[in-house]
Design a protein around this ligand. Structure first.
Ligand code: HEC
Ligand code: HEC
Length: 578
């Protein structure tokens, strides 16, 4: 399905160029872009890779020192290089076979990539997280650049000033409306604005200062970069919205293809329901720390594979990131890996929430190399939480019975066992004060006829108000996801609103499924099945009322959901080392 979308997107992009600009104008604009007069004297990176030279130097001329026009003056993530190459194929009629394309992206990502410190703030972009990112360093640049896409795309690149200028020139050539939308002031100039720079000039001045081509971080990282030695056994844990926490193992094996390619086998189990999943995958590690892989469940079709985008921490002991799938990469899970050596590792505690005043609460600690002969005293949850006895222990898990003092202090608890520890492994609470729906503002896209649907998974998270008893203050304690009943309510922005009948439906796991795309003849004015609704979570707390006067009044919370049209203009997502 996403291939069809990309096809349409590329046609739209091409039309954008050829319909708006006569071919000769485009040609001269792009020629200029390929051979600019340089104002920024920063030296470019020499490129000595034969694939790049053979396929790209026809237009990106290479000088005797190996510096190539345009290409030598920027650094990007693998995704960033992939987008550029796709544009060359779509608009510049560059012909490369898939193996060569992969080799080119690999060379450029490694030779002109990002250092870990540079990539870290932009992780959400490669991990395809739909977060509400606020770029705080310069609000004017944020305003100019986030009209059409996330700032993640911007902060994941480094360029000379000339290249930031050319990037915006390329935007103006391909998307002629961008001047009116963002890059230049609209309307008649305000009286005191004589000589004031245009928004795009403000943005370039900021970006070339904060995201320059050469940085101490990259100089240091690239000088000592080496293949990550990550083969071996890892303890895997994480959580998936809608399904909850899971834990297990991941085995990483070096591929015969090279030091930076791996095959994987993951086995993990969901704490709730106990379903066990096995996934086989392969991955490539770029720049010594950027894991890009694909894996699928045994026995499922190849096109159901999940993408894996992870960050290998320097030191090679911890890896974390997101595994995801979906027409818009909207289904996913947070994954953390800890290297498994000889010592004990704690991966999680289920259930995590321990109620003050409860007795005989059964908890399972999962991990690896846990003591098989563990006694109650070996498990340390801190004051007020007593481990009465260990019921079972088999190395991968310890099942114990705990009692929590009625006056145990409320908050996150670190767990210590046999020299291993896990921060915030459990949480002690006396009551659920309120619940919150995440995300607070969700988005879905109609689909199923021409475009894929974009689903939205919601979760209800329980909180305790903390010592001050007030909601939304710093001492609030997050208890974790709770089971609720889900419903939709009208969000009345317009009189006689009927969105709720058309946008789609939510199931009892909090998953919203949008309706079909395209005009709906049953709707007034033949509208699409788009609209705004409230997503409402209702928590019926059976224990909350005990002794605290709140009775069994249900707790409610809601989030706004925007159901909108498909994303018509997009490029193919990263396909990993396929
Ligand atoms: C037929 C000519 C041609 C060939 C061959 C070509 N390019 Fe380009 N390239 C261009 C033009 C024109 C531009 C400026 C317009 C644009 O950015 O789309 C450009 C711009 C770029 C940019 C800068 C985009 C940015 O981020 O601002 C990158 C990166 C790039 N090309 C990569 C490549 C790679 C890699 C190859 C070889 C596989 C290649 N090009 C081959 C014509 C070409
Ligand atoms: C009018 C909408 C619009 C605005 C405003 C906009 N962009 Fe873009 N930008 C796009 C589109 C569409 C693409 C995808 C192009 C492609 O597929 O290659 C893109 C791609 C990019 C890329 C990645 C492509 C590459 O060649 O590396 C960067 C970086 C970028 N934009 C930076 C910026 C910056 C910086 C600003 C603000 C000064 C900005 N954009 C404002 C529409 C916009």
């Amino acid at each position: 399905m996403s291939r069809i979308v990309a096809g349409i997107a590329l046609v739209a992009l091409a039309n954008g160029v050829w319909a708006q600009n006569p071919p000769s104008a485009t040609a001269s604009a792009t020629q200029k872009a390929a051979a600019p007069a340089r104002k920024d004297s920063t030296s470019g990176f020499a490129i000595n890779d034969q694939n790049v030279i053979q396929n790209c130097s026809r237009c990106h001329v290479r000088d005797s020192s190996g510096v190539m026009q345009r290409l030598s003056y920027m650094r990007k993530t693998p995704e960033g290089w992939e987008i550029s190459l796709r544009r060359m194929v779509a608009l510049q009629h560059v012909r490369v076979d898939p193996a060569t394309a992969r080799a080119i992206i690999k060379y450029l990502s490694n030779a002109q990539g990002l250092a870990p410190a540079e990539a870290r703030p932009a992780r959400f972009e490669s991990e395809r997280r739909a977060i509400d990112y606020k770029y705080a360093a310069d609000s004017r640049t944020e305003q100019t650049c986030h009209a059409c896409h996330s700032l993640g795309r911007v902060i994941s690149q480094r360029r000379t000033k000339d290249e930031w200028d050319l990037l915006l020139a390329t935007h103006r050539a391909y998307y002629p409306l961008v001047d009116f939308q963002a890059f230049r002031r609209g309307g008649p100039p305000p009286p005191d604005s004589a000589g004031a720079p245009e928004p795009m000039d403000v943005a370039v001045a900021h970006l070339s200062k904060v995201f320059p081509l050469r940085t101490p971080d990259w100089a240091a990282w690239s000088a000592t970069m080496r293949p990550a030695r990550i083969e071996g056994e890892w303890v895997l844990s994480g959580s998936e919205p809608g399904r909850g926490a899971f834990s297990g193992r991941l085995t990483i094996t070096k591929s015969p293809n090279g030091d930076d390619e791996f095959t994987t086998k993951a086995t993990y189990r969901y704490a709730r329901g106990g379903a066990t999943v096995t996934r086989d995958g392969k991955a490539m590690v770029y720049t010594g720390f950027q894991w890009r892989g694909r894996s699928s469940e045994a026995g499922t079709p190849a096109d159901s594979a999940w993408r894996e985008v992870m960050f290998i921490e320097p030191g090679w002991q911890e890896i974390s990131g997101r595994w995801f799938r979906g027409g818009y990469d909207e289904f996913g899970m947070d994954v953390s890996l800890s290297r498994l050596g000889a010592g004990a590792v704690i991966a999680g505690v289920y259930p995590r929430a321990l109620k003050a005043g409860s007795r005989d609460q059964q908890v399972t600690v999962v991990g690896a190399n846990l003591p098989r002969d563990a006694q109650a005293a070996a498990l340390d949850f801190g004051p007020g939480v007593h481990v009465d006895n260990v019921m079972r222990a088999d190395g991968d898990s310890i099942v114990a019975r705990v009692a929590v003092d009625a006056k145990a202090s409320v908050g996150q608890r670190d767990l210590f066992i046999a020299g291993a520890s896990l921060k915030s492994a459990a949480v002690v609470y006396d009551k659920i004060s309120r619940i919150k729906v995440t995300p607070a503002a969700g988005m879905a896209r109609v689909g199923g006829a021409v475009f894929p649907k974009q689903y939205q998974q919601f979760e209800a998270i329980a909180y305790n108000n903390g010592a001050d008893g007030k909601p939304d203050t710093e001492d609030d304690v997050e208890i974790g996801p709770v089971d609720v009943s889900w419903s939709l309510e009208e969000y009345s922005v317009t009189y006689d609103d009927d969105d709720i009948k058309y946008v789609g439906r939510i199931d009892q796991r909090g998953l919203f499924t949008p309706n079909l795309d395209g005009p709906n003849p049953q709707r007034s004015r033949n509208r699409n099945n788009v609209g705004d609704v409230w997503v409402v979570a209702t928590y019926q707390d059976s224990e909350n009322g005990q002794g605290n006067g709140t009775g069994t009044r249900p707790l409610k919370a809601r989030a706004l959901l925007l159901v909108t049209v498909p994303l018509y203009l997009r490029w193919e997502p990263w396909k990993g080392d396929q």
